[in-house]
Design a binder for this molecule. Structure first.
Ligand code: GSH
Length: 229
């Protein structure tokens, strides 16, 4: 075990980017100190450690900062190779995992943001587009990781499950915040639904998963949504 102060995570409770890192540290059993950041009034520490993007998460290992969640997740795997493996070692498997992580960050994130930022018919269009990118994720991961259940990695979560799940676990809060009815309900996507259900049942996830009502409130507040939006 590392000494407590050797690993510090600067994060924000509602950030799925931070929760991916937190989950990876927890699953590997790496001790770390967590410092919650106020993103409306950024600390000098955050600005010093991440002067380019000024965002969380930041992992500080022995005083050295590592930024960008996926870079951090690879760093954690490289540094603590002997602890629970989260990334596949076989190059083709690893390439497929990287592809879907990339797809998640490039397509799902922006399409969800488009739903949050639009209104009226634009919002309906954004919801349809969002459903389409989630469908591609569902079908593509099922094809690339066949018969792996409940996680895409099998019985235990791997890095792709962590990346998808940290954010997809918030789907119900997202739906409620946008007043989206059942349009974006995850139960329409059996593979994703199984992954999210299994992840939510992990004791560590229960500890860190943001509370539903808190999440709904912060999403509405951040994107100026009201119930009829
Ligand atoms: N690509 C980054 C995204 C991180 C990110 O967007 N963090 C948000 C919190 S969810 C943040 O720090 N926002 C502060 C800001 O934009 O000023 C990653 O993967 O780490």
């Amino acid at each position: 075990m590392e000494k407590e102060t050797e690993v510090v995570l600067l994060g924000s409770w509602f950030s799925s980017y931070c929760n991916r890192v937190r989950l990876a540290l927890e699953i590997k059993g790496i001790q770390y100190e967590y410092t919650e950041q106020d993103l409306t009034n950024k600390s000098q520490e955050l600005l010093n450690y991440n002067p380019i993007h000024k965002k969380v998460p930041v992992l500080v290992h022995k005083g050295k900062p590592i930024v960008e969640s996926i870079v951090i997740l690879e760093y954690i795997e490289d540094c603590w190779k002997n602890l629970t493996k989260l990334w596949p070692e076989e190059p083709y498997e690893r390439a497929k995992v990287r592809f879907w992580i990339n797809y998640y960050d490039q397509k799902i994130g922006p399409s969800s943001k488009a739903v949050l930022m639009s209104k009226g018919s634009e919002k309906d269009k954004a919801i349809e587009e969002s459903k389409e990118v989630v469908k591609v994720l569902e079908e593509g991961t099922e094809r690339d990781f066949p018969k792996r259940s409940p996680f895409l990695n099998g019985e235990n979560p791997g890095i792709l499950d962590i990346v998808i799940g940290s954010s997809a676990c918030n789907a119900e809060a997202f739906n409620e915040a946008i007043g989206g009815g059942e349009d974006l309900n995850l139960d329409k996507y059996p593979c994703l639904f199984a992954l999210v259900t299994a992840l939510k049942n992990l004791p560590i996830m229960k500890q860190y998963l943001p509370q539903h009502h808190d999440l709904v409130a912060i999403i509405r507040n951040k994107f100026n949504l009201n119930q009829d939006a």
